[in-house]
Design a protein around this ligand. Structure first.
Ligand SMILES: NC(=O)C1=CN([C@@H]2O[C@H](COP(=O)(O)OP(=O)(O)OC[C@H]3O[C@@H](n4cnc5c(N)ncnc54)[C@H](O)[C@@H]3O)[C@@H](O)[C@H]2O)[C@@H](O)CC1
Ligand SMILES: [K+]
Length: 530
């Protein structure tokens, strides 16, 4: 599903009106009619129900007037509360307002009056229509708007939001002080970033994207982002040839681990096995070699030169380079810590290794110490998988500053340094070096526990080793990781989920995507490939 920013939607509206000559009030009429159809389908079309429509002073409110008119025609009892003075309503919204009977309109621009005069009506409504603010939201909610949102959220009736729940920023998904919690949101032409990014995504309820007559060439050419759902992820999964053997399913080298963090190394290596790599070698500090031998079965292990304290030494570089000659992908960083010799090793490998690399954890912190190493690197595909803290270090800014604009930060970093960037979090962001951007739709808060990142590193490395193009490996890998987490949550709940639990579900997650492909081809009348 394509998602766009609030600004891109304003541009779509502008082009539809200016370049294609579609009158704005016609778009508003279509928007209001489509909202009404969805409301009636969800909450009943047989009349006799009560609706209170909350309208702001802009065009979102205008959509609300159209909805009010259509609900009246269908026999609903309707009251419209406008949070402005009548003379403040202008343009297309005014065209829709004048079509409403005066006796259902209340103008309520001042804080306090709403609660004192309309509390009873609001409590008695079967449906509250939130047409306060849409893509024009540009500052925190205050005064009577804040009061209205609180009243809507406390009322027992169902809530239908027009375009986006009021108070949610259409581009960042943030709550601007206070925001409506809707049961149903009907948006127009395309979903907006604010519908899928948290915390906005939790306010939307069921999302319907309605066609309001905007020409396809306008909405298709708008700059957008890919929201990765199960259907799109399934399309990325490749079936294995019946003649496959371990030699052509790729060999991953995982360089990881330091004292106290053998688990990170083992998780990354075992996850590469579970994500389908033909062969996996785990190379780790010599002091940890025996432990890794005990904790792994399918994975081969190699002892690397290490300092006395067990951190990877610079002399490990020629040994690793020797191993790389017969490997397809290098996964570097889980649990390696930040010793200066280890940092030098990461820099050295970036400069010499010419095969695809997935770099995580302290591998990223090593890059953050000298970002210019990314410019000096040998020509190779590099996938970086930071969490917000690592992203902030890479970017050189405090975490809250990065969190507020995470998509923009990820895009800038990926473009500037020519890397694939996977910025982890609720709704992981993926960016290709050319700026293509995807937002992951799978996963749950149970995955907020240690080791999950190591698993993701192993998955993406395994997909690259199996021949997935890097952009597909990033998107499929991230989706599979979240889907495996969702499978764990479905079986045992979110709390107490471990990275090992998730890793064990990877084959099932993969299989679910492949089965979905098969169902699709059966449904479309094609012969299934069994
Ligand atoms: N031609 C178009 O542009 C169309 C627009 N449509 C609707 O119009 C909406 C966009 O309309 P507008 O651009 O008029 O914007 P909105 O109706 O979202 O709000 C804009 C008004 O609210 C004020 N405002 C912004 N933030 C506020 C806050 N926190 N508290 C109080 N007031 C605040 C602004 O100063 C402005 O007066 C869309 O979301 C959609 O619902 C649809 O009718 C389809 C066609
Ligand atoms: K709204």
């Amino acid at each position: 599903m394509k998602v766009i920013s609030a600004h891109a939607m304003q541009e779509i509206d502008r082009r539809a009106i200016k370049e294609f000559g579609i009158p704005g009030h016609e778009l508003m009429e279509n928007a209001g009619r489509r909202c009404t159809e969805e409301i009636v389908a969800a909450y009943g079309g047989d009349g006799g129900k009560r609706a209170v429509v909350f309208a702001g002073k802009g065009n979102n409110g205008g959509d609300g007037y159209v909805i009010a008119r259509h609900l009246l025609e269908r026999g609903w009892q309707v009251q419209v509360i406008v949070l402005a003075r009548r003379e403040e309503i202008k343009g297309d919204a005014l065209i829709s307002l004048v079509l409403l009977p005066d006796d259902i309109l209340c103008f309520c621009p001042e804080e306090g009056e709403l609660t004192s005069r309309y509390h009873g009506d609001i409590q008695a409504a079967d449906l509250l229509v939130d047409a306060l603010l849409g893509t024009g939201l540009n500052h925190e909610l205050r005064g009577v708007y804040r009061e209205a949102v609180a009243l809507i959220n406390r009322a027992p009736g169902r809530v239908a939001a027009v375009d986006i729940p009021s108070g949610i920023h259409g581009t960042t998904g943030s709550v601007m002080g206070q925001a409506v919690r809707a049961d149903l949101t009907v948006t127009f032409a395309c979903a907006k970033l604010g519908h899928v990014l948290y915390p906005g995504a939790e306010h939307v309820g069921r999302l319907v994207v309605a066609d309001i007559g905007i020409p396809q060439q306008v909405s298709e050419t708008a700059v957008g982002y890919e929201f990765l759902d199960e259907c799109q992820a399934a399309a990325l999964a490749m079936r294995r040839a019946r003649t496959a053997h371990k030699g052509n399913c790729g060999h991953c080298l995982v360089v990881a681990g330091s004292p106290g963090k053998t688990g990170a190394a083992v998780l990354a290596a075992n996850s590469a096995v579970r994500a389908g790599a033909g062969l996996v070698t785990l190379a780790l500090p010599e002091q940890l070699h025996q432990i890794a031998e005990v904790k792994t079965t399918e994975v081969m292990t190699v002892a690397l030169p290490a300092l006395e304290n067990g951190f990877l030494a610079a002399q490990a570089r020629p040994v690793i380079e020797g191993l790389l000659a017969a490997r397809d992908v290098l996964a570097l960083g889980p649990g390696i810590d930040r010793h200066p010799e280890t940092v030098a090793l990461v820099h050295g490998l970036l400069e010499s290794a010419t095969l695809p690399m997935v770099i995580d954890a302290d591998g990223l912190n090593a890059i953050a110490e000298d970002r210019s190493v990314l410019q000096r690197r040998a020509p190779q595909t590099v996938v970086l998988t930071p969490h917000p803290g690592e992203m902030a270090r890479l970017h050189g800014a405090p975490i809250p500053d990065v969190a507020a604009v995470r998509i923009a930060v990820a895009q800038e970093f990926a473009r500037t340094h020519g890397v694939y960037l996977v910025l982890k979090g609720a709704r992981t962001i993926m960016v290709a070096p050319n700026g293509l951007t995807a937002i992951n739709g799978s996963g749950n808060p149970g995955m907020a526990s240690g080791g999950m990142g190591d698993v993701l590193t192993g998955i993406i490395a395994a997909l690259l080793a199996q021949g997935y193009p890097p952009w597909n490996a990033c998107r499929l890998g991230v989706y599979l990781h979240g889907l495996a987490g969702d499978l764990v949550a479905g079986e045992q709940g979110e709390i107490g989920m471990t990275a090992s639990d998730l890793m064990e579900r990877l084959p099932r997650a993969f299989n679910r995507l492949l089965n979905r492909q098969q169902t699709r081809s059966l449904n479309s009348g094609q012969r299934s490939i069994i």
